[in-house]
Design a protein around this ligand. Structure first.
Ligand code: ADP
Ligand code: RBF
Ligand code: MG
Length: 386
C-alpha cells in the first residue's frame, strides 16, 4: 500500500474484460479467424498491444501491426458481428463470482467501469447471473469523453457511487486501466491478464496473480471467510490422460517427481485456470487413488514457455509409470505461483505445499472427492480394494 495510514475502502470499482471476464481467449479466437481473410496469421504477442484499449484504439493497433489495407472503421464494422457471436461463451475468470458475491453480501458498493461500449458491457454480463444487479453503477467507454488511461471513467464512477476517490479501490488487469485509476487518485490492485507481466505494473498499489489472491482486509474491506487450513475450496474440475515424459528435472533437480500430461488436449482448460499451486486426488489406472499437490503455470524458476500441470503424487512409487492413464480431480487452491531466488527455497516451499495438501485432504469437504467417478473410471474394473 502506498502509505501506512490505511484508508478504509467503502466502494470497489471493477474493470470487466480481463479482470472479471476471460475475454482474451475470445479476442484471439476472433482475430485468428478474421486475419485469414487478409492472408495474415494471428500472433499471440498482439494481445499485449490491445489489452485495456478502447475498441477503436485496439482496431488501429491491429491495422498497423498486420499492415491491413483497410481503414480502422472497416475493421471495426467487419469484426463487430464476430465478437457479438462470442459474448455468450466468455467465461468468468477464477474468483470473479466469488468476489462479486462477497462484496455484494457485505453491502460494499460496486461499479463496473470498462473501456468497451456500454451496450456491449450489458450484453456480456447478461450471461452471468447476479452480476448486473450487483453493480449500482455501470459506465462504458462511450459514456465518457476519453477512455482509460484517462482518469475520467473512474472519477465518474466514484461520483455516481457517491464516494470520494480516496475511499474507492480499483481492480484492473490492464496497464492503461492501472494508469487511469492512479490518475484518478484511487488505490489500484492489478491482476494482470497476460502472463509474466507483473514487473510492468509498478504504479499499482499491489499486483496479484488472480482474484483468488485478493485479500480485501488489506484495503479495509471485509475478509473472505472461505479459506480453510491454508486452502481455498474451488469448484472441483477434472483433467487426465496418459503420463508422458516432461522436463525430467522433477526427480533429478528437485527430488520431487511430477507426472506430466500432454498439454495438447487441454490448453483451453488450462487457460481457464490461474497459475498457482492446487491439490486434489489422482487416479492411476493400474494402481489406485492418491493424494496429489501440483503446480499450474510456467514454473518461473525454470521459465517454461508453455503453461503446464505438474502433479506430484503423494506416495512412494519407486518406479516410473509412463503411458499410464492419470486422472486428476482438483479440489482446492493453496497459493500463487512464485519466483524463488534459489532452488533450496523452491524445494522448501513445495514441501510446505505438500504438508498443507496432505492435511487438508483429510477434511470431509475434500476427502469426499476421492469417490469422484472420474477417478474410478480410470481404474481397472472390479478393483474395489482401493
Ligand atoms: P518427467 O517430468 O520428465 O517425467 P520427472 O523427473 O518429473 O520427469 O519425473 C516424473 C515421473 O516420475 C513421472 O512421470 C512418473 O512416471 C514417475 N514418478 C514416480 N513417483 C512419482 C510421484 N510420486 N509423483 C509423480 N510422478 C512420479
Ligand atoms: N515452480 C516455480 O517456479 N514456482 C512455484 O511456485 C512452484 N510451485 C510448485 C508447487 C508444487 C506443489 C509442485 C509440485 C511444483 C511447483 N513448482 C514451482 C514447479 C517445479 O519447479 C516443477 O516441479 C518443475 O518445473 C519440474 O518440472
Ligand atoms: Mg515432471
Amino acid at each position: 500500500m502506498a502509505n501506512s495510514l490505511r484508508k478504509v475502502v467503502s466502494s470497489v470499482i471493477l474493470d470487466l474484460d480481463g479482470t472479471l471476464l476471460n475475454t482474451d481467449g475470445i479476442v484471439s479466437d476472433v482475430l485468428k479467424v478474421y486475419l485469414v481473410k487478409y492472408g495474415k496469421q494471428w500472433e499471440g504477442k498482439t494481445a499485449q498491444r490491445i489489452v485495456g484499449k478502447t475498441p477503436s484504439e485496439a482496431a488501429a493497433a491491429i491495422v498497423e501491426d498486420y499492415e491491413l489495407p483497410i481503414p480502422t472503421d472497416t475493421l471495426m464494422s467487419e469484426i463487430y458481428p464476430l465478437f457479438c457471436d462470442q459474448w455468450g461463451s466468455i467465461k468468468a475468470l477464477p474468483g470473479a463470482n466469488r468476489l462479486i458475491k462477497h462484496l455484494r453480501g457485505h453491502g460494499v458498493k460496486m461499479a463496473l467501469a470498462s473501456n468497451s461500449p456500454r451496450a456491449n458491457i450489458e450484453d456480456k454480463i447478461s450471461y452471468h447471473p447476479g452480476w448486473k444487479e450487483s453493480f449500482s453503477v455501470i459506465i462504458g467507454g462511450d459514456q465518457v469523453t476519453a477512455g482509460k488511461p484517462s482518469p475520467e471513467i473512474f472519477l465518474e464512477a466514484a461520483k455516481r457511487l457517491n464516494s470520494d476517490p480516496s475511499s474507492c479501490l480499483v481492480i484492473e488487469d490492464s496497464i492503461p486501466g492501472v494508469m487511469a485509476g492512479k490518475a484518478a487518485g484511487i488505490e489500484v490492485v492489478a491482476v494482470p491478464s497476460l502472463p509474466k507481466q507483473s514487473h510492468l505494473y509498478t504504479s499499482a498499489d499491489e499486483v496479484i496473480n488472480s482474484l483468488l489472491d485478493l485479500r480485501p482486509e488489506k484495503w479495509g474491506l471485509p475478509p473472505f471467510q472461505d479459506w480453510i487450513e491454508g486452502t481455498l475450496p474451488i469448484e472441483p474440475w477434472h483433467v487426465g490422460g496418459p503420463v508422458i515424459k516432461g522436463f525430467g528435472r522433477g526427480s533429478k533437480v528437485l527430488g520431487i517427481p511430477t507426472a506430466n500430461l500432454s498439454t495438447e488436449g487441454y490448453s483451453t482448460l488450462l487457460s481457464e485456470h490461474s497459475s498457482g499451486v492446487y491439490f486434489g486426488w489422482a487416479g492411476l489406472s493400474t494402481r489406485g487413488v492418491y493424494k496429489m499437490v501440483m503446480s499450474i503455470g510456467w514454473n518461473l524458476y525454470f521459465d517454461n514457455t508453455e503453461k503446464t500441470i505438474e502433479p506430484w503424487l503423494l506416495h512412494d512409487f519407486n518406479e516410473d509409470f509412463y503411458g499410464e492413464e492419470l486422472r486428476l480431480v482438483i479440489v482446492g487452491y493453496i497459493r500463487p505461483e512464485a519466483n524463488f531466488p534459489s532452488l533450496e527455497s523452491l524445494i522448501a516451499k513445495i514441501h510446505e505445499d505438500r504438508e498443507i495438501a496432505e492435511r487438508a485432504l483429510e477434511l470431509p469437504l475434500y476427502s469426499k472427492c476421492r469417490d469422484d467417478p472420474y477417478l474410478k473410471s480410470a481404474l481397472p474394473v472390479g478393483d474395489s480394494h482401493l
